[in-house]
Design a protein around this ligand. Structure first.
Ligand code: HPA
Length: 248
């Protein structure tokens, strides 16, 4: 079964025929909301809106550990995380869809590991390739088959939020080699690896990052949602193709 974590602008999956919702408890507390089970074109999937069903949980307050733990307990075949980002690289204009291949963590004060107490042996997960390559390949193939253009690879920066960045911070991110910036990629990506989940992300460029493109002085939040609505059509096409070819 494919698991999908929905981001901003995606609290529902409109192509999903819902069969049931399930409230789950985990040793780390409750996930962002009930897990929604349903079918896309006859293939079972589970959907979890990262910010809660009413988009009320800010990035720093998301219980990432509970979310990933709940999905892991269902033994999903793939986990696809959908996330809005600001574009820093000149090619990443609003509406562009990216399958990132690297990540840098700028977050702080979040529960970022399952290996935090000293009763367990010290565990250092490998994070050289932070996203599951097999899942990335499947996403790229599905996008090709669905004839939706996606950018293969890019460096995602996870910032703390909930505020957006200053123009100088975006310049620093660029010097660090960052292509796109969002607020939810970490610790989600690392926790997925700690659990051994086949996890990859679809990043949707919602806006030019602060100080870039048309956003020299400010980021117009209304426009972000309009861009996300449009891009979601493409994301749904990719997901539909993915579930069909993944054969779950
Ligand atoms: N910065 C951080 N997170 C974001 C942005 C941004 O510009 N756009 C969407 N999520």
């Amino acid at each position: 079964m494919l698991a999908i974590i929905g981001g901003s602008g995606m609290t529902q999956l409109s192509c999903l025929e819902i069969s049931r919702r399930q409230v789950m408890r985990t040793p780390y507390g409750e996930p962002s909301g009930p897990l929604t089970f349903g079918e896309i074109c006859g293939h079972e999937i589970v959907f979890l809106p990262r910010h809660g069903p009413g988009h009320t949980i800010p990035p720093h307050a998301i219980n990432y550990r509970a979310n990933l733990w709940a999905l892991h307990s269902l033994k999903p075949s793939l986990v696809v995380a959908i996330a809005a980002v600001g574009g820093i690289h000149a090619e990443l204009t609003p509406g562009t869809i990216v399958v990132p291949d690297q990540i840098i963590d700028y977050t702080y004060d979040r529960k970022f590991t399952y290996f935090e107490d000293n009763e367990q042996p010290i565990t250092h997960i490998d994070f050289t390739e932070p996203y599951c390559q097999m899942t990335r390949e499947k996403l790229l193939t599905a996008a090709k088959q669905a004839e939706e253009a996606v950018v293969n690879g890019g460096v995602y920066a996870a910032t703390q939020g909930p505020r957006l960045e200053s123009a100088a911070e975006v310049n620093r991110l660029e010097r660090d080699g960052v292509d796109m910036v969002g607020m939810t990629g970490m610790p989600e990506t690392a926790l997925a690896r700690e659990l051994g989940l086949p996890y990859a992300a679809i990043a949707i460029v919602a806006n030019y990052a602060a100080g870039r493109g048309t956003n020299i002085h400010a980021i117009p939040l209304k426009e972000i949602y309009a861009v996300l609505d449009q891009a979601m059509i493409k994301v749904r096409n990719i997901i539909t193709q993915l579930v069909t070819s993944n054969g779950d």
